[in-house]
Design a protein. Sequence first.
Length: 300
Amino acid sequence: MTAAEFEEKQYECAFNVELGSSGPVFASGQVLEKLTGYDAVATPGANHVLWRILAIPRPPGIRLVPDHWSPAARRMRPDLGKLPEHPVSFIVQFKRPEYLQGSSASQYRLWNQPYYRFTRLQHQHKQLRRLETQLAGAATIMYASPALHRLADLERAQLEECVVASTGFVSPTRLGRHSVWTYIRPGTVGRANPDGEELLFASFGALFAPAPPTGRGELARRDGLREHLAALSRVCREIAASRSRLVDSWIGNVRQAADIPGETLEAVRDYAIVQSLIISIRATWWIVDGDVLTPAVPGL
C-alpha cells in the first residue's frame, strides 16, 4: 500500500481551480467542514467538464440553509451566516487515495490490477448522506478522489487542466454503509465492498423499481445494472451528442413539471440516451438476466 505522494490539500486546491473556471467555488474551513461534511460547494456552468464526467445535466441549484442539517442537534448545525448566500449545484468532499498493488491487497481479486482506495469518516459520511437526502436532486453531492498517486502526475494534470477529468467520484448514498471505495480509473465506476463481496447485476425490471426492505428500515441498493446503464450512456453521448442534448432538455422539463427523485431522473435520462441511439441505428438492445434474454424495449 502506498499513500499518494501529495497532500489532500494540494489536490483540493488544484481541483477547485478547475471547478471554478465557470462559476464561484466556496471552500469551507475546518470548523464549517466539521458541521457540514463538505470541503467545497460550487456552481459549475452547464457545459463544465464535471457534468460530462458525471454524465448528468447540471442540477438547478439551491441555497444552503441550517435546516438542511440535523434539526435535533442545533449545536451541530452551521449558522446561516457561515453558509454561501449564492445557490450551489455541486457539493464535494475530497479524499486522498491510497495506491494498492499485488495479490496481497485486500480488494485485488476484484480488479486483478493495481487500484486506488479511500476511506470515509463516519460522522462526515452521516452528514453528507443526510444532506443528499435533504437536497433531493437540487444539487449533486460527491466524494472526489484522484486516480493519481504521484506528485508529478498531479502537477502534470494541473498544467494540462485535467485534474477534474482525472478524478474518481462516488455519491454518499451509493457508498452507503461501506467504509471504503475502490476504483482503477477516473469517472464514477468503482466498488464499495471492503470485504470483497461481488456486486450483482439487477434484472431489467429492477432498474427503476425500489429494492426490497432490508429489515432495518432501509432499502437495499442494487447498482450493478445502474452502473452499466450509466457507462453505456456516456459512450452514447460521445457518439450522438446532439441527441443527448435533446434528452437532457427533456429531462430538464420533466424535472420542473413533476416531483420525481433526482436519482430516478438520472436513470430515465441514461436509458433514454441509450435507447435513442439504439433506435436510430435500427438495432436491438438485450439485457441478459440469468437464463432469460430480455429486450430493453418490450416487443423489439
